[in-house]
Design a protein around this ligand. Sequence first.
Ligand SMILES: [Ca+2]
Length: 317
Amino acid sequence: MKHILLLLLAAPLFLFAQTPKERRDNLLKNQDLQSLLIAVNDENAIVRHTAVRLLAQREDATTQLTPLLKSTDPLIRRCALQALCLKNAATVDLLGGMMEDGDVNVRLIAVSQLAAEKPATGKRLEILEKTARHEKNAAVRDIASKAIWPFYRNTVLLRNRSDWDHDVKVVQDILLPKEDWRFSLDENNQGHLNNWFKKDFDDSAWKTIPIAVTWEDAGYKYDGLAWYRKTFKAPPKPEKYNAVELHFESVDECAWVWLNGIYIGQHDLGTSGWQIPFSLDITKEIKWDADNVIIVRILDTAGAGGIYKPVHLQVLE
Ligand SMILES: [Ca+2]
């Protein structure tokens, strides 16, 4: 009873303050819950924003923050959502609802929270997949895409194996063809969602491009994601070998690689990876004396990009 009386006394103090500055000063001075809840609907934006920030800091204001997600003021929605996330009070359903918000910053907060828990499963995965496919804003879409990116593999190469005690020799080195790779830009980071990595994906509508040149030199002034696909004939099975690798002299700047639809690994060192050679083990995946399909997804964030140096098939002993 006593604190209800105190609330009634404090609220009028706020309500009778005439100028926005006076109302804001009162909020900062008193910080009582009832005044804050009234002030989040104040006609003055600075008063409203002060109120929501003060509310967000309070331990006892979690339930009062949820209705603010429907405010017409995007900054109030943003601030309330951020606070609910920090208080671990944002459910997956609530976050899914906020992914429909008209304000991109609200969606950024919601998608970051959805992406934070790994691996994403159930409803969370469903929302992230929908966002990766349909979200218009690239930053929001990228967070969703990265959160549900399903490909990672780290195969220890023969020369790095701790049980390997003698020099690794390249006994066959076959250059993959340089001409007529199939090529497609992937501006919306949706190639993998559309099965571009699969062996039997129909790439006949794609343009052709050579490798061992940057894609700029092949006519694409472009930074971003793009995919290369090429069918090549592997040699007959050697009588003796210890491993088989695909050796990339360099790509600019990150690569994710599949052989016959099977993910074989990545070269993902960020912007510094563009001139670092790398090899990926395909001992189990190669089909000897038969057609094989190599699929390479490249990310280039600046300057030149692409599989700008040759790719080798190497048989090792
Ligand atoms: Ca580059």
